[in-house]
Each structure stands twice: as structure tokens, then as C-alpha cells.
Design a protein around this ligand. Structure first.
Ligand code: FMN
Length: 187
């Protein structure tokens, strides 16, 4: 079940470096792409940095709407991640073409891809210089959600053989999150 995550904990949803999906919507169009180059940038208000290449339809909709949703897809969504990461939504609605189930977000217009481990509704903080120079977007998270079968008490809980977040290395090769290790020092 999708449950709200306090904004103070939003960075923890992507702190372990999973590959993400980025959904966008504007003017009756909607889209989703894969993005591995996404990372936390600040605690509160939570901010994230995302590389969104200049030729993507995602970038067009992100610039037009000022909003997107970052998702942490799980092991069952590897092929979906590759599919939305290798075709452009400029020519066709990937949600319809690939039969991707969605849910409405709480704040932003972009749809939430159902079945993910986490969802972060974000607003673009305009930084035209780094957007143009490095394709790097700064996003403020305004609402965060997680699947309570994977996220409890402010942290991920991945069970043996169960769903895990996915981490892209190269050419469709992914790794899953490993074992939980707690250092003796907490800070
Ligand atoms: C696993 C994976 C990770 C990717 N990571 C990024 C990324 O971090 N940034 C980016 O701009 N494109 C990334 N891409 C490529 C986009 O997802 C791809 O260009 C997509 O077709 C853009 O779709 P759009 O034109 O509908 O926005 C990635 C693709 C894959 C398969």
C-alpha cells in the first residue's frame, strides 16, 4: 500500500542510489522515462539533482510544467524501465503503448507509475545555467510516498527473495540492493 513519507525522510528513499523513473505531464500530454543519474541534494526541504538530457520529451514537459515525479521502480519493473528508457514519448504515449498502470499524485499533475517502491513528487527549481550546461535539474520534493511492504519506520526493508530497488550499471545490466548493514556509529 502506498503510504506518505515525511519530507524530512524523503532523501532516504533515493540515498542508496536506485535507478529511477521520471514522469511528467503538461497540456494533455504525459510521459515517463528512465533516469539512473538522480541523487539527493539536500535534507529539508528535500532537494534532488537529476540529469535529464536535452533531446528527451521528458525535459520538454518538465520545462513546460515545472513538475515531475521521481520513482524507485523494483525488480518486477526492470523490463518496464528499459522500455521507457529506450523509446521517446514524443511519438506515442508510453503509458498506453506499454500498458503502464498509473495513479494520480497528491500535488503535481504528473502521474504516478503504480507498483514502484517509492514516489517523490517534485517541482523544478529553475537553474538555467546548469540545466543547459550539464543537463542537470534541481528538484524540490513536495510530497513523498513509499510502498509499506518495503518501507517501514523510516527505512527500506528488503526481504530475501522479495522485491528490491534496481541499480543500473550498463546496457540493461542491473544490480539489486544488497544486505542491510548497520555500522556501530550512527553519525
Ligand atoms: C537504465 C536507464 C537509465 C537512464 N538514465 C538516464 C538519465 O539519468 N538521464 C537521461 O537523460 N536519460 C537517461 N536514460 C535515457 C532516457 O530514459 C531515454 O533517452 C528515454 O528514451 C527518454 O524518453 P523521452 O524522450 O520519452 O523523455 C536512461 C535509460 C535507461 C535505460
Amino acid at each position: 500500500m502506498r503510504v506518505p513519507v515525511p519530507l524530512a525522510h524523503a532523501h532516504r528513499l533515493l540515498n542508496h542510489g536506485p535507478t529511477t523513473l521520471v514522469s511528467t505531464a503538461h497540456g494533455g500530454r504525459r510521459n515517463v522515462m528512465a533516469a539512473a543519474w538522480v541523487m539527493p541534494l539536500d535534507f529539508e526541504p528535500p532537494k534532488f539533482a537529476a540529469v535529464v538530457a536535452a533531446d528527451t520529451f521528458t525535459r520538454e514537459l518538465l520545462l513546460a510544467s515545472g513538475e515531475c515525479v521521481l520513482h524507485a521502480p523494483t525488480t518486477a519493473q526492470i523490463d518496464l524501465t528499459m522500455a521507457v528508457g529506450n523509446t521517446s514519448g514524443r511519438e506515442r504515449d508510453k503509458f498506453q503503448a506499454l500498458g503502464i498502470p498509473t495513479e494520480p499524485g497528491g500535488i503535481v499533475q504528473a502521474p504516478l507509475v503504480a507498483g514502484c517502491g517509492a514516489w517523490l513528487e517534485c517541482r523544478r527549481l529553475p537553474e538555467p545555467a546548469i540545466e543547459q550546461r550539464y543537463d542537470l535539474f534541481v528538484l524540490e520534493c513536495v510530497a513523498a510516498w513509499a510502498d509499506d511492504s518495503l518501507w517501514q519506520k523510516g527505512e527500506w526493508h528488503f526481504s530475501p527473495g522479495g522485491a528490491r530497488t534496481i541499480h543500473h550499471c550498463k546496457g540493461g545490466l542491473f544490480y539489486t540492493t544488497g544486505e542491510r548493514l548497520q555500522a556501530s556509529r550512527k553519525s
